[in-house]
Ligand binder design. Structure first.
Ligand code: ADP
Ligand code: MG
Length: 265
């Protein structure tokens, strides 16, 4: 079979992984003493990697992750209140395999979302099903599903995930209906799959988020039963970035706030 025919068949069959390595693999093979099965194995491994990579890229696109930062990009020296070892243990994803949860607590800008995204990317790399959603968006979707009578189907989707990341719980309080639906979701995922949750509110303030102490306790009960809590106390990284570029984020004059240069102060 001609060289050209082989490449055209590989293209037709969408075997780009093999197509990419074929020439160099054939060259090395003809010089060495490997048997033909070893050559075939090498080509199939290249195709397997290509398939996994494609799957990863597609899953990343549908994951809802707001940015694609890894745990390697996180500067632990900037945030000494975080136990690096604890985050490295989370990076092994044991918590996800054991269907446990993770909660990141702390003020704005300390890296809660970055760490949640980093763990999400680790899970994606292992071919796991993940989804990232803002807490308010999630509750709005549940409410809409309830009104449109497909709540069960919607919850089934969230339940089917290996890892659901719920970001920014507590920036806005939930109304009674929203709080009940949130509780319903958390109880359905309890011991069935993992949740990573980020919040700017300490647990003692959660009755204010849910505007109902009983409901807040019920959510916390399920969420925290098997859970790693990372409590971050520190400075905002966003502020550091602004200071570095000579911009300050002090809300003084409306319209000029963030763009006020140090020299103008
Ligand atoms: P939070 O969710 O706590 O408000 P983010 O995770 O969104 O904070 O962090 C704000 C920005 O600063 C993001 O771009 C994030 O990547 C970056 N960032 C925060 N902390 C760190 C850190 N320790 N090292 C590197 N980048 C960081
Ligand atoms: Mg955040």
């Amino acid at each position: 079979m001609s060289y050209e025919k082989v490449h055209s068949l590989l293209k037709e069959l969408k075997l780009e992984g093999i197509s990419r390595v074929l020439d160099s693999s054939l060259q090395n093979w003809s010089k060495g003493d490997k048997d033909v099965l070893e050559l075939i194995e090498e080509l199939l491994i290249a195709q397997k990697k290509e398939n996994e990579n494609k799957k990863y890229i597609t899953a990343l696109r549908y994951s809802g992750l707001p940015f694609h930062k890894t745990l390697e990009e996180f500067d632990f020296s900037f945030q000494p209140s975080i136990d690096r070892k604890q985050v490295m243990e989370l990076k092994t994803l044991r918590f996800m395999y054991e269907k446990e949860n993770v909660v990141f607590l702390g003020p704005p800008g300390v890296g809660k979302t970055h760490l949640a995204v980093g763990l999400g990317m680790e899970a994606l790399r292992e071919g796991k099903k993940i989804y990232f959603v803002n807490a308010i968006t999630l509750v709005d979707r549940l409410k809409k599903a309830f009104v449109e009578r497909h709540l069960e189907k919607t919850i089934r989707f969230y339940k089917s995930l290996d890892l659901l990341i719920i970001d920014e719980l507590g920036y806005l309080p939930l109304d009674t209906e929203g709080a009940k639906l949130f509780f319903e979701l958390v109880s359905q995922k309890y011991e069935q799959g993992s949740i990573i949750l980020t919040s700017n509110r300490s647990f003692t303030e959660w009755d204010k988020i849910f505007e109902d102490e009983v409901l807040a306790t019920a959510v916390l009960d399920r969420l925290l039963h098997h859970c790693t809590i990372v409590n971050i106390r520190g400075k905002s990284y966003r502020l550091k970035e602004k200071q570095k570029t000579g911009l300050v984020g002090i809300q003084t004059t409306i319209g000029r706030t963030d763009k006020l240069r140090k020299s103008e102060r």
